[in-house]
Design a protein around this ligand. Structure first.
Ligand code: DX5
Ligand code: ZN
Length: 237
């Protein structure tokens, strides 16, 4: 997966990323315990994958699920909506307790309208792009959002392998962010492991979403710590 040496000057600008466990990989039969286990392990955010069975070939988390988790934790909620018509769901997601709502540039609604609807609730908007979508598709909206999410797998399912082409997108986005006046989080989502994490952090990722790696571990606190502060850095992976 090597992409050549990373510019050492870029390393100086690296900051500790926030870790966002994805509830999609939780044991839903013990949801409350799972949330408490992962919050106690040090989650900075909780990531929710909302799927409508149309934008992606799968159904997943809905607003009542998010509202139920909101009853038991104050950790900020990072809600990733993989739906064809994001505008339809903003009010319900706001009521459920979202702190970030990230929608897809490939969805059918006008990005400006979705961003305004999210901001009207005092929530931070984010913009996601599928692996096939170039960074150029989102650049004109970056100054209007708080988060950009270049997906590192096809959206719809957990447990897939990280697509290496995402690394270049993260680096490109990082360069753009460096020239912006306001901060913008760069999130990475899909196939993130303790081996992959440093490659993304060293290119500028500031939020790491991980489902399988965290929830399927018996020691999630160790995984979260390793994701946040990788001990090793191996470009040859
Ligand atoms: C995929 C979702 C991801 C998924 C990540 O559509 O957006 O958030 O839960 O799961 P892992 O970490 O298992 O790839
Ligand atoms: Zn997600």
């Amino acid at each position: 997966m090597g992409r050549g040496p990373v510019d050492p000057t870029r390393r100086l600008q690296i900051s500790t990323p926030k870790i966002a466990p994805s509830l999609l990989a939780a044991d839903f039969s013990r949801l409350g315990e799972e949330v408490e286990r992962i919050v106690a392990a040090g989650a900075d955010l909780l990531h929710f994958d909302v799927m409508d069975g149309e934008f992606v070939p799968n159904f997943a988390i809905s607003p009542p699920f998010i509202a139920a988790v909101r009853e038991i934790t104050d950790v900020p909620f990072d809600v990733h909506i993989m739906v064809t018509h994001p505008l339809r769901y903003i009010d319900a997601l706001a009521a459920a307790g979202a702190d970030f709502i990230t929608f897809h540039i490939e969805s059918a609604d006008k990005p400006d309208e979705v961003i305004s609807a999210i901001r009207a609730h005092g929530i931070k908007p984010g913009l996601a792009l599928c692996p096939r979508t170039p960074v150029s598709a989102v650049t004109s909206y970056l100054s209007d959002v708080d988060l950009v999410l270049p997906m590192s797998v096809e959206p719809g399912f957990g447990g897939q392998s990280f697509q290496p082409g995402t690394l270049e997108k993260i680096a490109t986005l990082h360069q753009i962010v460096q020239e912006m006046t306001q901060p913008l989080d760069i999130s990475v989502d899909g196939g993130v492991t303790t081996e992959i994490a440093p490659l993304t952090i060293h290119r500028g990722a500031t939020i790491l979403v991980a489902g399988t790696a965290i929830f399927r571990s018996q020691q999630p606190e160790t995984i979260i710590q390793k994701l946040r502060t990788p001990a090793t850095y191996d470009e040859s992976l």
